[in-house]
Design a protein around this ligand. Structure first.
Ligand code: ADP
Length: 526
């Protein structure tokens, strides 16, 4: 049977478990793809924000150039510049630098910084521009190719100043415009509405300056938490754009899903194993039952044939008058009577069993004294057991209340237990009947010092046809019905059986009858 279990596990559980784990593997792959797609989406959102901010400055730059260069007069150009700065709150100031010479860039500043110290500013920004010669040259080259690019220039790390430079039109081939902006003002006054629009209620988009710790969030009441994707802000490279999901992060979502799937797969596996186990034990039980039934048929035919053979042999010998002495004749008569008794017992057991199975056995309950029943059995069996070499003891119960029982059925149960004690005793031949009461029950206990029953078999010996298939039992005749009958009788009495047994030490069967059971009166079917 163990082999069948193993085969069942191999055939059913392993492939399914393999399938499930394979599915789970695929699932986590899918989840990875999902995470990647999500991250790409987040990156795309940040890209669009970057694009937007660049568009804003580009449009402004184009406006500045077209307005300033609408005049050829330098003084009026300065005037226009000053108007633009005053009108627009985006800029701290704007300057025009007309570079001289091709190789070495040198800048002459003309701008609206009346309120600033011209010399120091000139010095500061011309240094910034000359330090970024290559970039400036590149802007000029781009412009020559008909393309305007706006580039940020790194200022001395400053949180509230950023410099954006761009080239003018072809009219001024060596002209560079510079716009000084406060990035945080730009973020809160220009970028913020766009960020809120893009973020909606799904994301939080932040602009962060990692060096200063500044952080602007599209959602106000948002406590700082790790952002899921970051990109530098093109126009202000000191600042990063960050984005995260409102609520659970993608990682949380993905782990949650993976966990749920894992739990689901676990439950499925457990259900599967339980189902296979259930099928396995049901099949095992059926096979065992079929085997027990087959054994029963062969046992019973053997049990019937042996006494029949003996009876007919001795009867024939007597009939033929071949027995000479009276003593021998007596011995043969006693064998015939003993064997026919045995035959009668077997037939009775089978009949009672089949009656019980068909629900046709009737019980006549009456108030009975268990002591009386036990004494009767003790007297009937003492001689017989003594002859078989048994030490047979009886301990009556003191002040035992009467209980509603069927005297005949209970006698049959006790005799069955005594028969078993005889059959399954080896060298130590000892049987004891005790009558007593405890915790609302009256009991009769039949104990022996025989071969005992293993713990595993104790669960099964009350099943019909079940016989232990090893040791002494194997050689002892029996139908496997005796204990099943005892159990059915006790069930009909609403009583219980307590079995205590140890292999090699002996067994005790305690039949317990409830004291106040009024349900037992009258006649009941089993
Ligand atoms: P049978 O005795 O005809 O085999 P039972 O139903 O009376 O059938 O008993 C079932 C099995 O329980 C027996 O085959 C035997 O293995 C075990 N058994 C019953 N009584 C005892 C006992 N007193 N000591 C040891 N084993 C017992």
């Amino acid at each position: 049977m163990k082999k069948i279990g193993l085969i069942l596990i191999l055939i059913i559980i392993l492939p399914i478990a393999f399938l499930l784990f394979n599915e789970f593997g695929k699932l986590s792959e899918n989840e990875k793809v999902l995470e990647e797609i999500y991250n790409n989406q987040l990156q795309a959102i940040l890209f669009s924000v970057n694009q937007y901010s660049e568009d804003v400055v580009r449009t402004t730059a184009n406006e500045i150039i077209s307005r300033v260069e609408s005049s050829d007069n330098q003084n009026s150009q300065d005037e226009i510049l000053s108007t633009i700065v005053n009108e627009s709150r985006k800029f701290i100031f704007i300057f025009i630098a007309d570079s001289i010479g091709d190789k070495d860039l040198k800048f002459i500043f003309r701008n609206d910084y009346r309120s600033f110290n011209a010399d120091s500013l000139n010095h500061l920004y011309s240094k910034n521009l000359t330090d970024n010669k290559t970039l400036i040259n590149r802007l000029i080259t781009y412009r020559e190719q008909g393309y305007r690019k706006i580039e940020p220039i790194d200022l001395v790390k400053s949180d509230n100043r950023a410099l954006l430079v761009f080239a003018g039109t072809e009219k001024y081939t060596k002209r560079i415009y510079g716009a000084v902006i406060n990035p945080q003002d730009f973020i809160t006054s220009i970028l913020s509405s766009r960020l809120q629009e893009v973020a909606k209620n799904e994301f939080i988009i932040s602009v962060i300056n990692p060096t200063s710790g500044y952080q602007y969030n599209s959602t106000k009441d948002f406590e700082k938490k790790p952002v899921q994707a970051q990109k530098p802000l093109w126009i202000f490279p000191d600042y990063n754009l960050g984005i995260s999901l409102i609520g659970q992060s993608i990682e949380d979502l993905v782990t949650d899903r993976a966990m749920n799937n894992l739990i689901l797969i676990g439950i499925l596996l457990v259900v599967l194993i339980a189902a296979v186990w259930f099928v396995y034990s049901a099949v095992k039980k059926e096979l065992e039952f079929a085997q027990a039934k087959a054994d029963f048929v062969s046992n019973v035919s053997h049990e019937l044939r042996t006494p029949l053979a003996l009876i007919s042999m001795f009867a024939e010998t007597l009939e033929m008058d071949r027995v000479k002495t009276e003593e021998k004749k007596k011995e043969y008569y006693s064998i015939i009577s003993h064997e026919s008794n045995r035959l009668g017992k077997i037939v009775n057991t089978i009949l009672n069993f089949s009656k019980m199975e068909a629900g046709k056995r009737k019980f006549n309950f009456a108030e009975e004294d268990l002591n009386e029943i036990a004494v009767q059995i003790y007297q009937n069996y003492s001689y017989h057991l003594y002859n078989k070499g048994f030490d047979f003891e009886y301990e009556p119960g003191i002040d035992i209340p009467k209980v509603m029982i069927d005297r005949e059925a209970i006698s049959e149960a006790i005799v069955n237990l005594i028969d078993n004690a005889v059959k399954y005793s080896a060298d130590t031949k000892f049987i004891k009947i005790i009558i007593g009461s405890e915790k609302g029950f009256v009991f009769t206990e039949i104990s022996d010092k025989g071969i005992g029953v293993s713990e595993e078999d104790q669960k099964k010996i009350f099943d019909k046809f079940y016989r232990v298939s090893s040791g002494l039992v194997h050689n002892t005749k029996g139908t496997g019905l005796g204990l099943s009958l005892v159990k059915q009788i006790m069930d009909a009495h609403k009583g219980k059986i307590i079995l205590k047994s140890k292999v090699g030490e002996g067994s005790s069967f305690k039949l317990m009858f409830p004291i106040n059971s009024k349900e037992n009166n009258g006649v009941t079917n089993a």
